[in-house]
Design a binder for this molecule. Structure first.
Ligand code: AMP
Length: 397
């Protein structure tokens, strides 16, 4: 089955064309600067690349450009869009409505719409992507795959905030968690890499521009670092992560900030960018850390925050069988992995420095042979999870 995978953001749109049954990717790419001018970067064949400047006033022209690039000209990989059998949409927030990936219907769209206040940037773009695909690929099923679904198994004592209870009953204010497809994929791979098949206690650190840690017991998420929105938890590229509530109200008072300004400050101006003053990109900050005190501080804070979550999730899981690193930082930064793992011997996690420093891009074990628990680096594959869920939902419908 050929599945079109769409990850629509407010001004960009990522796509992939994949057969999940044989795990083969035919093409992938991104449309950027939608609503401004429009650039399409398309990868196809064996690593061939195409960059096209195409006017994209709205998401509709962007998706039209993608479908056209897939079917005609240099980047062509299929003869006709009729070959596409279904589209899988990455959806940011499924709230408590969705416990699994779902066939898109008018009712499903209405529920995703109702969740817009919880994901004001992402859910509207996701809905737009679904409506455009219904129009451009008529008769072909659309499936919504949610970032939140994997965490719907968290127990109430883990997902509740200690606020007045009616904040939950009235507004559904609670922890939801995100990066669900990645945490699912990586923990599932880790379970297969472990000798042990029962009572598996896995911690996944998804470390990229957005970062989160999840505790996975027997394949189910039991706690995760992100919350009602993706600003909670770890320090990220531009997001603050955990900050005391008192500091937020005090800052608003001192600086005279309204709700939109404080939201922007914590989501766009904080994290690695806010501390380093240099960049939100960890690679650039790592390169400058020996000469720049604020870059050094940013790196130390990033690693320390991850380590604290790992320790607390070892406690939440009553031990650990595998600690997994994924995402741009988790897969590539041996230094961050080393700082996080230093001193965790008592928890059974002993990193092998030689294995850790080997530059490889496959799934691998970087713990010493005698380490009681494993330490894995596992490249994530969120698109595969979206394509595979789409395939399964369509087959069952
Ligand atoms: P992602 O959002 O998963 O694409 O990850 C992006 C983040 O990974 C950025 O902060 C990059 O600087 C970081 N990253 C990518 N490659 C490396 C590397 N070799 N060393 C350190 N950080 C990296």
């Amino acid at each position: 089955m050929l599945v079109f995978i769409l990850n629509a953001g407010s001004s960009s749109l990522k796509y992939q064309l994949m057969n999940p049954v044989i795990k083969k990717v035919f093409a992938s790419g991104i449309c950027e600067r939608i609503g401004i001018d429009g650039v399409l970067k398309h990868e196809y064949g064996d690593g061939k690349e195409l960059k096209l400047e195409i006017d994209m006033p709205t998401h509709k022209e962007a998706i039209e450009a993608v479908l056209s690039t897939l079917t005609v000209g240099e980047g062509k990989v299929i003869d006709s869009i009729d070959s596409i059998q279904a589209t899988g949409h990455r959806v940011a927030h499924g709230g408590e409505f969705f416990q699994k990936s779902t066939l898109v219907t008018e009712e499903v769209i209405a529920k995703i719409e109702a969740l817009i206040p919880l994901a004001p940037l992402h859910n509207p773009a996701n809905i737009l992507g679904m409506k455009i695909c219904q129009e451009l690929l008529p008769g072909k099923p659309n499936v919504a795959v949610f970032d939140t679904v994997f965490h719907q198994t968290m127990p109430d004592y883990a997902y509740m905030y200690a606020l007045p209870y009616d904040q939950y009953t009235k507004h559904k204010i609670r922890k939801y968690g995100f990066h669900g497809t990645s945490h699912y994929y990586v923990s599932n791979e880790a379970r297969q890499m472990l000798d042990k098949k029962r009572n598996t206690r896995i911690i996944v650190c998804h470390l990229g521009n957005g970062s989160s840690v999840t505790a996975v017991l027997n394949g189910k998420s039991i706690d995760t670092s992100m919350g009602l929105t993706p600003v909670q938890g770890l320090m990220m590229g531009t997001r603050s992560g955990d900050v005391g509530a008192g500091a937020i109200s005090y800052m608003m008072k001192q600086e005279g900030l309204d709700i939109d300004q404080i939201t922007e400050l914590m989501n766009k101006k904080s994290g690695i960018l806010g501390i380093s003053g240099k960049s939100s990109d960890l690679r650039e900050v790592l390169a400058a850390m020996h000469d720049d005190e604020r870059c050094r501080l940013a790196v130390d804070m990033v690693a320390y925050n991850i380590k604290k979550y790992v320790g607390s999730y070892v406690a939440a899981l009553d031990g650990v069988d595998a600690l997994c690193f994924t995402g741009g930082i988790g897969e590539n930064s041996a230094l961050i992995r080393e700082i996080v793992c230093t001193g965790l011997d008592g928890m059974g996690l002993v990193l092998d420095p030689i294995k850790n420093n080997k530059n490889r891009n496959d799934a691998r074990d970087i713990a010493t042979n005698s380490s009681a628990a494993r330490i894995f680096v596992i490249p994530t594959n969120e698109e595969y999870v979206i394509a595979n869920d789409t395939y399964k939902v369509v087959m069952e419908s």
